[in-house]
Design a protein around this ligand. Structure first.
Ligand code: ADP
Ligand code: ADP
Length: 234
């Protein structure tokens, strides 16, 4: 087990008032090491909120969250951000690359936060870029790369620290079908190499690449199958 959420609730706004929004409603989820999980749901269902909780970017209102052996919600903010920096890699729909910097510099950024010396940073950035199939583009800036290549740079940046979990939020959302399929091939390769992946998407085709699928509807998480049975009843 690497991620274990138990009875997580997240309410935005003051609970009990008219403007309070229950974004996560009794969510429990266990992800084992080496798993490849997709969480599917429509807009507004709570996907970003769940990603922020799993990624230690935000704390839930109540519940329990164990990451490996750590009781995350008992950590101080500083310890929580250390956990995030050392153990979690993020990939987003919009790549969030630095346009003035080349691929090596973009990928090396998390290593400079971790205090890794320059030469070592460069070496590890080139290794990560090689893993994502960009060995021949390491000196290119984002504006010299295609959408799919930009996402590869972002994925290299996410894995350069050897994170325990790769968290991806609509990783193919900004890409055409062909580039998106290539990113799914890359995720498969990373998962085969042992990376645990949690991917959030509204796209059933993309979700089908994962080994296990959950659905989130109005802040409630369902097992993929369980929810399909419910659908048939409607
Ligand atoms: P999704 O990513 O699936 O679109 P979100 O997690 O962004 O869903 O949102 C879930 C619900 O919580 C929505 O009703 C949304 O409007 C609400 N919500 C999300 N973030 C906030 C926030 N910071 N303040 C108030 N409501 C929020
Ligand atoms: P996504 O496209 O991933 O579903 P959203 O557009 O729903 O993302 O939300 C983008 C960001 O805005 C999220 O980080 C979420 O926390 C925040 N957000 C979403 N809904 C609200 C809201 N009603 N009020 C404040 N912040 C919100």
């Amino acid at each position: 087990m690497i991620v274990k959420l138990e009875n997580i609730f997240k309410v935005y706004g003051e609970s009990g008032t008219e403007t309070s929004v229950p974004a996560l409603n009794d969510v429990s989820l266990t992800v084992d090491k080496g798993e490849y999980v997709a969480i599917m749901g429509p807009s507004g269902s709570g996907k970003s909120t769940l990603m922020n909780v799993i990624g230690c970017l935000d704390k839930p209102t109540s519940g329990k969250y164990i990451f490996e052996d750590k009781d995350v919600l008992k950590l101080k903010d500083r310890q929580m951000s250390d956990l995030r920096l050392n153990s979690i890699g993020f990939v987003f729909q919009s790549f969030y690359l630095m346009n003035e910097e080349n691929a090596i510099e973009n990928v090396a950024l998390p290593l400079s936060y971790a205090g890794v010396p320059k030469k070592e940073r460069e070496k590890r950035a080139i290794d990560a870029l090689t893993r994502v199939g960009l060995a021949d583009r390491v000196k290119f800036r984002p504006d010299q790369l295609s959408g799919g290549q930009k996402q590869r740079v972002a994925i290299a940046r996410a894995i350069v620290n050897n994170p325990k979990v790769l968290l991806a939020d609509e990783p193919t959302g900004a890409l055409d079908q062909k580039s998106g399929a290539a990113i799914m091939d890359l995720f498969q390769k990373l998962n085969d190499e042992g990376t645990t992946i949690i991917m959030i998407t509204h796209d059933a085709n993309i979700a089908s690449h994962a080994k296990k699928t959950y659905r989130i509807v109005d802040g409630r998480l369902y097992d993929g199958l369980e929810q399909e049975v419910d659908d048939e009843k409607d």
